[in-house]
Design a protein around this ligand. Structure first.
Ligand code: BGC
Length: 506
């Protein structure tokens, strides 16, 4: 997008604040980890009774939708190679591992009448192996792989899904909650609802623009709350863990210091994450007010008999409010928000058309292999400040943060990104933000959704041509290991060799 020169002159400036702050330390008890997700790493798509999910269905029925026509049929083969995965965790010296459970591996048709014991056994083996080495498991219940049978019945557009999800959650808490103390209900509401139901960039690619996302967002909030209450009432008293929610939060900064651009940034924040997290974490509950009013107004003008964003009842609002023990932030990038830069574009209706806000990321911000990923200065700090401003002192975990490259072990771009991101996290900690942990995305290369295996996010490279799916540490793995070991960021540290070993005590 071209930006008028005048506008750029008055743009708010952001600075890269690294390299001068080498002596700062992460506090005692701060958790470092890595993240993965079931469909992206497990493979074994139809083994031992696992049911089909929406990504199996998409990749098998429409391979052309995936950039390299690949699938997660085998992926990293973690279903068989989980011991090597845990060995890598020990090599790195992480405190905690975040992974997700494949709903259709333990409930093949999605419903809780039929528990697949072989699937449960797999997660038991994985969890046992993790805790054996004093690594804390953090489990996401839903990272996008809905059982296909539930999709056939409407998926996240069917209000009954709140019960289906709650039943599944109960099985997970029941079977694994003796060892798992950190649960996350959902990974990234907007990516589930906007990309999957409004648009076509994630399964099930429903393309119900301006409608699908809002229906899904409401059902997702109710499903989350049901699962949370089950945990809180029936399991927390004996198991003693916590249950949170993870959302993708990008940093949006007003392009200029005008009131219009401040409002533009607020609206983008409301659409991209407030829609999902205000019902849970805000003082009054419910959807963000400005966004809610805008969609109602636009819907009326477009001839809809009622708003495309259906409100909660007061009872539902109260049921959902307060159902988050922590806020999980997946953070990758950000941009400037502008009231004047929006160019109207089809389709209408759409969430973008509802808010009419332009976004802009300068050309000189470093670019990753993924087209959507640029490195924005101090972006973690900006995001955490925004969350604190909105929801107060809620405990926060950065549950994902990462950088994509193409194949290769020398990943200087990722090293620079992680160092800058962790400096930004330290800036937030210095200001007393309640940040409790940080998980790098990802432990290893994996199936990157519509991009297949063309974009790599791993600290370890995976050879997808090799039947053994050999994993090899990248330079960034050594850098991250050193940061975790010393709890400081040494910008001059260079690994002596690329030979990885397990340190004593891991
Ligand atoms: C998702 C991951 C994904 C990563 C990089 C996050 O939004 O949770 O599954 O691989 O972004 O695209």
């Amino acid at each position: 997008m071209k930006i008028p020169v005048l506008l750029l002159c008055s743009a708010v400036t952001l600075t890269w604040g690294v390299a001068v702050k080498q002596s700062r330390k992460f506090p005692d008890g701060f958790i470092f980890g890595t993240s993965t997700a079931s469909y992206q790493i497990e493979g074994a798509w139809n083994e031992d009774g696992k049911g089909e999910n929406i990504w199996d269905y998409l990749t098998h029925t429409n391979p052309a939708a995936i950039e390299d026509q690949s699938s997660g049929d085998v992926a990293c083969d973690s279903y068989h190679k989980y011991e090597r995965d845990v060995e890598m965790m020990r090599e790195l010296g992480i405190d905690s591992y975040r992974f997700s459970i494949a709903w259709s591996r333990i409930l093949p048709n999605g419903l809780a009448n039929n528990v697949n014991e072989a699937g449960v056994a797999y997660y038991n083996k994985l969890i046992d192996e993790i805790v054996k080495y004093n690594i804390e498991p953090m489990v996401t219940l839903y990272h996008w792989d809905l059982p296909q049978r539930l999709q056939d019945m409407g998926g996240w557009l069917n209000p009954l899904i709140a019960d289906w999800f709650a039943d599944y959650a109960r099985v997970v808490f029941d079977r694994f909650g003796d060892r798992v103390k950190y649960f996350i209900t959902f990974n990234e509401g907007a990516q589930i609802c906007y990309e999957g139901y409004d648009w076509v960039t994630k399964a099930p690619r429903l393309n119900m623009s301006g409608i699908g996302e809002y229906i899904c967002a409401k059902n997702l909030a109710l499903a989350h709350a049901k699962a949370y209450h089950i945990y809180n009432d029936d399991y927390k008293p004996t198991q003693g863990g916590v249950c949170g929610y993870t959302i993708a939060v990008s940093s949006f900064v007003p392009l200029t210091d005008s009131d219009e651009d401040a409002y533009a940034a607020e609206l983008v924040n409301q659409l991209q994450w407030g829609l999902y997290t205000d019902p849970i974490f805000s003082k009054d509950g419910g959807f963000p007010k400005e966004l809610f009013d805008l969609v109602a107004k636009k819907s009326a003008a477009q001839g809809f008999p009622r708003s495309r964003l259906t409100d909660f009842t007061e009872e539902e609002k109260a049921y959902i409010r307060g159902t988050g023990d922590f806020f999980g932030v997946n953070h990758y990038s950000g941009s400037f928000a502008s009231a004047s830069l929006y160019t109207p574009q089809p389709p209408v209706p759409s969430p973008k058309d509802d808010i009419e806000i332009g976004q802009f990321a300068p050309d000189d911000w470093p670019q990753a292999a993924s087209f959507w990923l640029k490195q924005m200065p101090d972006s973690i700090y900006i995001v955490l400040k925004n969350i604190q401003k909105r929801y107060g002192d809620v405990p926060i975990y950065i549950t994902e943060n990462g950088w994509s490259t193409h194949e290769g072990i020398e990943d200087e771009g990722r090293v620079a990104y992680y160092r800058a991101a962790l400096e930004s996290a330290l800036d937030a900690l210095d200001e007393g933000i309640n940040l409790k942990g940080y998980y790098a995305w990802s432990l290893m290369d994996n199936f990157e959704w519509m991009a297949g295996y063309t974009e790599r996010f791993g600290l370890y490279e995976v050879d997808f041509e090799d039947p053994e799916r050999t994993r090899t540490p990248r330079k960034s793995a050594f850098i991250y290991k050193q940061i975790m070991k010393t709890r400081t960021i040494d910008h001059d540290y260079e690994p002596e060799s690329y030979v990885m070993t397990i340190d004593e005590g891991h």
